[in-house]
Design a protein around this ligand. Structure first.
Ligand SMILES: Cc1cc2nc3c(=O)[nH]c(=O)nc-3n(C[C@H](O)[C@H](O)[C@H](O)COP(=O)(O)OP(=O)(O)OC[C@H]3O[C@@H](n4cnc5c(N)ncnc54)[C@H](O)[C@@H]3O)c2cc1C
Length: 501
């Protein structure tokens, strides 16, 4: 499709070079080329590296993820991007033979029963015999099978939703540490509609979460079998004797063999190094003298652009647009953020207790510990460390500012103390790496979607300004990629006068 008559070239600035900004930049470049548009693109990133929360490092032959370490495969958008980038061969699943999660309860790790999907039990015997739940708690969870659906259509907190369907014990032992934990969020403020719309759909369509989950699992199994049959019947695309393309991993979580940082470096390579400016903090966006926008940086530079895509945190974007619209800035600023911190500890396998199997342990708030969760990295993923090294990753509780003022060495020491206390790991680590993520995760509180609608409405008065990133219509890597790429195409539409259809 060609550009609208008259518009042959566009100049666009993307603010922020995290997953959102870089996925958007990649989309702008590919889509402009498809539309026959000349694109002058600049990504302006305040840090001295791109990637935002994605940081992959090599330490003593180990692969360390400082932020995200994988993404869900059920949402296809991140995997599609990885494949488009030509990195499909790098996609790997988790080591599902070692699968298993523990919940710390009254100081002791309890395994999650088999067949429990997020919150929902789908197998009877493992659930009935699980020691994590009391009989009363199990009975209350099973009541989901008969309880009526909520029909007022109103949003509610994740906490209220879980209490209503499965009871307080499910909230304390699963909902808070495991489900809200995905967003580092507080279930008593998080919006169920904005964070887990799937649960809302399940209740609306099937009333009971247990019935709905069983139905969906059956449909997924049938779809997988059908896809495998089609794949087996299809001739090899490369012709007789050619190797078949690598299949996508089937695990629930996927990552790249060489870590998520590879996606970011490949995005940078394909977007073009000349289009990426790191160490450039944007402070303000103002209307250009004749048309378009002036993007001003802390260092006093001004970039003129026809369009600006803000993939920076909402509170940073608020400061950039305040003089354009106080209302817009206030709405953006009202999106709350929480902090997080991770510590990776490497141990000699010889000194590490061998009884630890599974992917990790979550720690409910009521246990009053300094950690929220541990990931047993070398059990969860293949090839992350030499055979004789065990890697543990720890999420420090930082949502209420607990890590403020703590140095990285202090965070590492706290993780080590907790590991000793909770799991009896007495050995000293070979090394530790700590990463702090201050105000890094947007929280979708009740009313979030309505707020984002108001933000979009307000922003629509400014042609050529759009949002991207994970703060608005889906958190996590796959949703961030989906939304940011869609916003990039929409911005090109805005600038070229093309309408959907
Ligand atoms: C510790 C941690 C673990 C996570 N684990 C997972 C996981 O396992 N799986 C998963 O799917 N998701 C996970 N997430 C969430 C995931 O990382 C995010 O959804 C995603 O990275 C959001 O990308 P983004 O581009 O919107 O934001 P960011 O990564 O925050 O990027 C925003 C960018 O804007 C830049 N910036 C800020 N201000 C300015 C300015 N004024 N001018 C220019 N640039 C600016 C920042 O430096 C940053 O690079 C995790 C997040 C954290 C913090």
């Amino acid at each position: 499709m060609n550009a609208a008559p008259g518009v042959k070239s566009v100049k666009i600035a993307v603010v922020g070079g995290g997953v959102g900004g870089m996925a958007a930049a990649y989309e702008l470049k590919s889509e402009a080329s498809r539309r026959g548009l000349e694109l002058d693109l600049t990504v302006l990133e305040s840090r001295d590296r791109i990637g935002g929360s994605v940081v992959t490092e090599r330490v003593d032959g180990c692969l360390v993820e400082g932020g995200p370490d994988c993404f869900v495969s059920e949402k296809p958008w991140a995997m599609e991007l990885v494949e488009e980038l030509g990195l499909g061969d790098q996609l790997v699943g988790t080591n599902d033979a070692r699968r298993g999660t523990y919940v710390l309860w009254r100081g002791r790790p309890h395994p999650l029963p088999d067949g429990l999907i997020l919150l929902v039990p789908t197998r009877i015997m493992p659930f009935v015999t699980a020691r994590l739940f009391t009989w009363r708690g199990k009975f209350r969870m099973a009541l989901d099978l008969v309880l009526p659906r909520k029909s007022d259509g109103e949003d509610e907190t994740l906490g209220d939703f879980i209490r209503r369907r499965l009871g307080g014990e499910a909230l304390d032992k699963l909902g808070e540490p495991l489900v809200a934990g995905i967003h580092s969020g507080d279930p008593e403020t998080m919006s169920i509609r904005a964070t887990f719309p799937r649960f809302v759909d399940m209740e609306r369509e099937d009333r009971s979460l247990i019935v709905a989950m069983l139905k969906r699992m059956k449909a997924a199994r049938a779809a997988r079998a059908a896809a495998e049959q089609t794949q087996a019947a299809a001739p090899s695309p490369g012709g007789e004797g050619q190797p078949a393309p690598r299949r996508r991993p089937r695990s629930m979580f996927v990552t790249l063999d060489e870590g998520l940082g590879l996606v970011m470096s490949e995005l940078r390579r394909q977007v073009g190094d000349e289009s990426v400016r790191t160490g450039t903090r944007v402070t303000r966006v103002a209307a250009g003298p004749v048309s378009g926008w002036d993007v001003e940086t802390e260092a006093g530079e001004t970039f003129h652009a026809d369009g600006v895509l803000f993939a920076s945190p909402a509170y940073e974007t608020a400061a950039m647009v305040r003089r354009l619209s106080g209302t817009l800035a206030a709405e953006l600023e009202d999106i709350p953020y929480v902090s997080s911190a991770t510590v990776t500890l490497a141990y000699s396998a010889a000194t590490f207790p061998s009884r630890l199997t599974g992917f990790g342990l979550v720690v409910p708030k009521g246990e009053h510990r300094r950690v929220k969760a541990f990931t047993w990295v070398t059990s969860k993923f293949f090839g992350r460390a030499p055979e004789d090294v065990v890697l543990m990753r720890c999420f420090i509780r930082a949502t209420a500012g607990e890590t403020e003022g703590m140095t990285e060495a202090e965070m590492a020491a706290a993780a080590q103390d907790e590991l000793r206390d909770i799991l009896g790991v007495a050995a000293s680590p070979l090394w530790a790496r700590a990463y702090r993520w201050d105000r890094a995760m947007a929280q979708y509180v009740v009313g979030h979607l309505a707020r984002v609608d108001r933000i979009d409405e307000e922003l629509s008065a400014f042609r050529g300004l759009r949002l991207a990133g994970g703060a608005y219509r889906g958190t996590g890597i796959p949703d961030t990629v989906r939304y940011s790429r869609a916003q990039a195409r929409a911005l090109l539409d805005d600038l070229t006068g093309r309408t959907e259809g």
